[in-house]
Design a protein around this ligand. Structure first.
Ligand code: NOJ
Ligand code: CA
Length: 697
């Protein structure tokens, strides 16, 4: 009897467990909300088994039903005929430390949903999609698990749609596969015409095959919600552009392709794609304070990188862009001489500047620009005869100044790959801890592009060589930043935009006064920028008659705070800083921050940022405006309570103007505390910089 009962109970329990399971199977969780509940991302299968998602912010739909999937070269598309196998929820709430950065502590708080799919018909391939909801945005990535019949996939297209819900105002650059060095356009989404932007004067090459845009792509809805679309953790995959379908208010991923191989991505299974991220903020300022992109990356893999310290630097650089000197020896006006380098070291030492960059020090520059066959040309260990590399490094050490290595590859990455070990071990031996690299020109071999998988992997090998030899990397003509600096804190800064150099030689008149007011809300969301601020000789006379910098001097100072980078150049010729009271700001300003507050801003109009320096607790503030003058009220309530700050205010003179009177600047010393507010006038193309040093308490 007893036995009979036990048997019955076991059967009942078994049936209950089974029905429990199948209940979970038939209605798995398919949406996830952020910790505060303000953002929600939801998954759904269409009637034909196509995976789709939607995004909501509060009660508004931000992304309407958008499909997900892939097209391959070696198998049928993976985009419909799915059923849901199951789903899992997971949450994380952690705080991690930035080794260097905009702030010391970063909160990483999200809820995550993984949806597991499988094709209902043969070959029954699986596909997982991982969704994350943060309070400052959402993101998702694909996971391609192992397949029964294939070891690798060759992706010709990722079919990820973004169905917008309005004709938003967009700040965009064309989806160039070789260069991000374009001016931003401000148009409605329906008016985006990237193909009309083919002939930009960039230093690389312009390949714009589609009506696509490069991320980060920032938008504002008619209700004032700000969205910025990007990718995070770009690893062994092709760079992302967004193909625009103007009349449908829809865009979809368009991966950079290798024309040599005829595909975008080749990967062994299993693997995960980069994250597709959408920052969501009610204010423009909130986009800059968001740490979504770094949070989507893996934790620090390098551990202690105390061999790299954020620094300011000067260098033998601007003089070449001004044609005062040249990179190559044969020109007869070689800039990188031992004597010149020592003069820069002396200047750096006298002004508390930690680094000196020397470009044009190595052989090969005679065959730099305009040469088709650039492989094997540059040598990354052999100096020109008029440059004593070891002697210069030694002289710098004696004066407490580090030399920043320069490796221009002229877009011949195979040559650089061959020399990585030699070049980076030499830097290690010399005690050089950072390098600026460059990829000017069209990539060799033909058919590869700066932003394709082949180059993404090259740039990563360089980072790994740097990590091995304790060298931090600042790449120019790079792949865009995707937050990998969290994982590899030796990725310090990079270019990847129209930097200051365009003001020296660009035939289109340089960067317009609005440029940085857009950059701060677009490119800067991706990561640190080596913009190279600090031109004091704004009209570039007597070097360049037809070029000039289109900002006031006060705006050049403001950039040290606004444009984030752990290395900040004072780019002008050192003689232009002599007897310049405004140079005191560059001496004083921090480069590594305890915290960052975005005080105000509107994309393309103005922005004000305050940052507190690590170690000292001093604050620095920068504000800039576009071509319009503006009055800005700063409430100093971000300062510490009960503390007095000795402030130096560098503001546009009354008659300052980016074109008519750019160097008019007023400098005032005063004492400021938390309870104060002040109103400042910014000139057209102008700015404001304030240093706030704690008074001895
Ligand atoms: C382009 C870089 O952006 C610039 O800073 C550098 O001077 C040249 N390449 C030469 O490497
Ligand atoms: Ca460049």
């Amino acid at each position: 009897m007893m036995l009979k009962y036990s048997f019955l109970i076991i059967i009942v329990l078994f049936v209950m467990i089974l029905s429990g399971c199948s209940k979970q199977e038939t209605s798995p969780k398919t949406s996830v909300s952020s910790p505060s509940g303000n953002n929600r991302i939801a998954f759904q299968l269409n009637d034909d088994g196509t995976p789709t998602y939607t995004v909501q912010h509060q009660d508004k739909t931000v992304i309407d039903t958008s499909t997900l999937g892939f097209e391959f070269k070696n198998q049928a598309p993976l985009k419909d005929g799915f059923k849901i196998l199951g789903s899992q929820l997971k949450s994380k709430n952690e705080t991690w430390d930035m080794v260097w950065g905009e702030q010391r502590k970063v909160s990483n708080h999200y809820n995550q949903l993984t949806v597991r799919l499988i094709e209902t018909q043969a070959p029954e391939r699986p596909l997982n999609i991982i969704f994350r909801a943060y309070d400052d945005g959402v993101a998702f990535r694909y996971e391609l698990p192992k397949q029964k019949d294939a070891k690798e996939v060759i992706i010709t297209d990722e079919k990820t749609q973004f169905q917008l819900t309005g004709d938003h105002t967009c700040w965009w650059i064309p989806g160039d596969w070789d260069s991000y060095e374009h001016l931003y356009n401000t148009t409605r989404f329906s008016e985006i015409d990237a193909l009309a932007k083919q002939n930009s004067p960039t230093l690389t090459r312009t390949i714009i095959p589609e009506n696509a845009v490069n991320p980060p792509l920032t938008m504002r809805t008619s209700e004032g919600l700000h969205l910025s679309f990007h990718e995070a953790n770009l690893t062994d995959y092709s760079g992302l552009t967004f193909k625009v379908h103007p009349s449908e208010l829809m865009m979809e991923t368009c991966l950079v392709r290798s024309d040599r191989e005829g595909y975008s991505v080749k990967r062994d299974l299993p693997f995960k794609t980069p994250w597709r991220s959408i920052q969501i903020s009610e204010s423009a300022a909130g986009l800059i304070e968001s740490r979504l992109i770094v949070n989507l990356n893996e934790p620090n893999k390098l551990g202690d990188v105390d061999w790299f310290k954020p620094i300011k630097y000067v260098g033998i650089w601007w003089e070449m862009h001004l044609n005062k000197s040249a990179w190559d020896l044969a020109s007869g006006k070689h800039g990188a001489t031992t004597e010149n380098a020592k003069a820069y070291i002396d200047f750096a030492a006298e002004n508390g500047i930690g680094g000196v960059l020397v470009e044009g020090w190595n052989t090969g520059w005679e065959h730099w620009i305009g040469f088709e066959d650039r492989e094997g040309v540059f040598d990354f260990v052999t100096p020109y005869p008029d440059y004593d590399l070891e002697g210069v490094v030694r002289y710098g050490k004696e004066k407490g100044v580090e030399i920043i290595m320069h490796n221009e590859t002229s877009a011949a990455p195979r040559t650089y790959d061959q020399q990585l070990e030699t070049a980076y071990s030499m830097m290690h031996r010399l005690g050089i801890h950072s390098v600026k690299s460059g990829y000017v020109g069209k990539i060799i071999p033909d058919g590869e592009y700066h932003h394709g998988q082949w180059m993404v992997n090259h740039y990563r090998r360089v980072i790994e060589a740097g990590a091995k030899y304790q060298v931090a990397v600042n790449a120019h003509e790079p792949i865009h930043p995707t937050g990998l600096r969290r994982t590899y804190p030796n990725i310090i800064s990079r270019e990847g935009l129209r930097g200051q150099e365009f003001n020296a030689w660009s035939p289109d008149g340089g960067n317009p006064p609005e440029h940085l007011s857009i950059v701060a809300f677009t490119r800067m969301l991706a990561g640190p920028i080596d913009f190279t601020p600090g031109v004091f000789n704004i009209k570039l006379k007597p070097y360049k008659e037809n070029n000039h910098v289109n900002t006031t001097l006060a705006q050049q100072l403001a950039l040290y705070v606004i444009v984030y980078s752990p290395i900040q150049m004072a780019c002008d010729l050192i003689e232009h800083y002599e007897n310049q009271p405004a140079f005191q700001f560059i001496r004083d300003v921090g480069v590594d921050w305890e915290q960052t507050k975005v005080i105000n801003g509107e994309v393309g109009d103005f922005v004000t940022i305050a940052r507190q320096e690590r170690e000292t607790g001093n604050w620095f503030l920068g504000s800039l405006t576009d071509e319009n003058p503006r009055s800005i009220t700063i409430n100093f309530d971000f300062l510490d309570v009960d503390k007095e700050y000795q402030a130096i205010i560098y503001r546009d003179g009354q008659d300052a103007h980016w074109d008519k009177n750019p160097t008019s600047i007023d400098i005032e010393k005063t004492v400021i505390n938390k309870s104060m507010a002040k109103t400042f006038m910014l000139a057209p193309g102008g700015g404001l910089a304030i240093s706030l040093k704690l008074k001895d308490s």
